[in-house]
Ligand binder design. Structure first.
Ligand code: GLN
Length: 391
């Protein structure tokens, strides 16, 4: 067995005996979910997918669609227009609360239902069919395959969705959504009813974890700044009224849904997804949370874990007949530029009497932050003419 698969399997075996919580029962199709289902998948930076458990079982995406529809809205309309209609503050309230700002009626954030309905209305326009196609296509690009709506779940959502409909009317009364309320809310129900597997969700999470590029297909789905905005909102609001404790204990931007799906992001490392239908009182998957807690604890994935690499760019010094070559590699961050300057000063001091040049080759850097390059340029400009930068 593959070593990564073996580790995921061990985590799964560990949480399997936990039978606490209850499946969502507000519609028959969700109430009928097999509560023992359990699946777990991760996708790494090069698109390698590892999945264990019931990884081929399809379920409806539910609220896990919200961050991706937010991404689509941001890509389409830009930050200002989107956040004029929906806030970015954690509501501290359950997912279906009437979390509207006093006075303006702006919903608290795009991860609770009120905000998600407003976001969905921004992300897609036209008839119900057109909106549903736009939303399903957007989700499909994140997943790297063509997804479709579960019509039975959609009917259930639509038949029982009085609270969401009421929220939509409130939003309309505050002009937070335009046009026909019914079309907007039905499109939101269809968005929640898109079928996925745990592997689809891991790839979707990966697309956000790797700056908006789908790690499986290589397609740029959204801009890097859009992905960062969405991940930020997930970090503060993704787990409803459990978001603060989640950030403390797990430290991964995440989103949960009532079908028992849960998706989390270890930035630049992994897209992660779990599926287990029994929910706790916040509406989050019980065993999903336990799996993610393990990842934060033993796998070093808490986002605020210190990372050495960011301050340690690759530096390789090569002495040639023409002078000294300093090759930079990996990521050059502001903190790492300091190390490079230290090396350059040591080199310059060592060859105080020589006349060879020092050439700094920054062309192989995987990623260079603008401020870091600026610091290097300034240092080189201040140094004697014998140091040059290739960037
Ligand atoms: N369809 C559900 C709703 O709008 C989604 C909620 C959820 O997954 N938390 O009520």
């Amino acid at each position: 067995m593959d070593p990564i698969e073996r580790m995921l399997d061990a985590v799964l075996a560990d949480v399997r005996p936990d039978h606490s919580g209850a499946v969502a029962d507000y519609i028959p199709a969700l109430a009928a979910a097999e509560p023992e289902r359990l699946a777990f998948a991760v996708v790494g930076p090069r698109g390698r997918v590892t999945s264990v458990g019931d990884d081929e079982v399809e379920f409806t995406i539910q609220s896990v669609s919200k961050p991706f529809v937010l991404a689509h809205a941001l890509e389409r309309l830009g930050r200002d227009e989107v956040f004029r209609h929906v806030g970015v503050e954690p509501s501290g309230e359950p997912f279906n609360a009437i979390s509207l700002e006093l006075g303006t009626g702006r919903p608290a954030n795009p991860m609770v239902n009120a905000g998600a309905i407003a976001t969905s209305a921004l992300a897609a326009s036209g008839s119900l069919e057109e909106r549903s196609r736009t939303l399903t296509d957007a989700l499909s690009r994140f997943a790297g395959r063509s997804l479709s709506v579960d019509e039975e779940v959609y009917r259930g959502e639509s038949e029982t969705g009085h609270r969401n409909r009421a929220l939509a009317h409130l939003l309309r009364s505050h002009a937070m959504i335009d046009g026909d309320v019914t079309t907007a809310v039905e499109a939101y129900f269809r968005q929640c009813s898109v079928r996925v597997t745990v592997v689809d969700l891991a790839v979707m999470a990966g697309t956000l974890a790797f700056g908006g590029r789908n790690p499986l297909t290589g397609e740029r789905v959204v801009r890097e700044d859009v992905a960062r905005d969405v991940v930020s909102v997930m970090a503060s609001c993704g787990m409803y009224d459990y978001s603060g404790e989640w950030l403390l204990r797990v430290g991964m931007p995440a989103k949960s849904g009532v079908s028992g799906d849960l998706l989390a992001i270890a930035p630049s490392q992994f897209g992660i997804a779990t599926f287990s239908p029994r929910l706790d009182r916040h509406g989050n998957s019980v065993r999903g949370i336990r799996i993610l807690e393990r990842l934060a604890g033993e796998f070093g994935m808490h986002a605020f874990e210190p990372h050495e690499a960011i301050a340690a760019p690759g530096i390789r010094v090569e002495h040639t007949a023409e002078g000294t070559l300093v090759h930079l590699g990996g990521e050059l961050a502001f903190s790492g530029a300091e190390r490079v300057i230290g090396v350059l000063r040591d080199l310059a001091a060592g060859k105080a009497t020589g006349d060879g040049v020092i050439l700094v080759d920054a062309r192989e850097l995987g990623r260079a932050h603008p401020a870091a390059l600026e610091v290097l340029r300034t240092e080189l400009a201040d140094a004697t003419g014998a140091v040059r930068l290739l960037a």
